[in-house]
Design a protein around this ligand. Sequence first.
Ligand SMILES: [Zn+2]
Ligand SMILES: [Zn+2]
Length: 273
Amino acid sequence: MLKNNYHTHMKYCNHAVGEVEDYVKTAYELGYLSLGMSDHAPIPLNSMTKEEWDHNYCGQNMTMDTFNIYLKDIESAQKKYPNIKVYKALESEYLRGYDSWYKNLRDKLDYMILGIHFFKDNIGKVLDTYEDLNYNNLDYYYQNMEEAVKTGLYDYLAHPDLFYFDYKDKNGNHTFDDKCIEITHKICKLALKYDLPLEINCNGLHFSSDKENIKNFRYPVYDFWNIAKDYKGLKIILGVDAHNPNLLGGEWILKAKEFCKELNIKYLEKLDF
Ligand SMILES: [Zn+2]
Ligand SMILES: [Zn+2]
């Protein structure tokens, strides 16, 4: 089905199930050659108000203490399954002003994924990518991505199209308007400039009531990828974003592949870290 997947969660984020070893074993049995463990990274303490912390479920993310256990778990899985390459990674947010925090994480990893589930606007208010985005604040989402990428600490951009999840245009409607088109181009140019792969995320199907018509997928977002696919040299990768070991062999991977086929998207089978 897939030979390599770089986006995998596990029990430490408190909303996925399974140990590192469960994922590695399943991946190995399914014929994967490599698996990147990339659970949700620790978030800098005191980086937002208590309300913002709770609203964005930051309490679910691993703490620095569990991060060290997580690394040890990965090391033991590497020893136990020497015939599959297992990477140490994290999926991390980015909040400006905390670069040393993220650098400290990145220093212990093979790669780090940027996954923007929340970010700060121009006045430091934390916005939720799923719920809060509209015509007036979408620029801040891109700004956050650009600032994160410029740190040089991130190697992979997860679900860059997540901004459209519940996006509202000028009239309060969920349409892929000119602002979305502008931001899509900016993201593609940024990824090209810094040579970072953009991910088509298989887990978005989890949120889609219509799993048949690719134009109705919650994400991957058809209109986003219909623009991105024309960027020559842009690296595109499929990410399972598994929150359960079974999803490493799940039907959503096939759906994501269909999505790519219908849009004529060429994606990479493998990345090097
Ligand atoms: Zn998650
Ligand atoms: Zn993820």
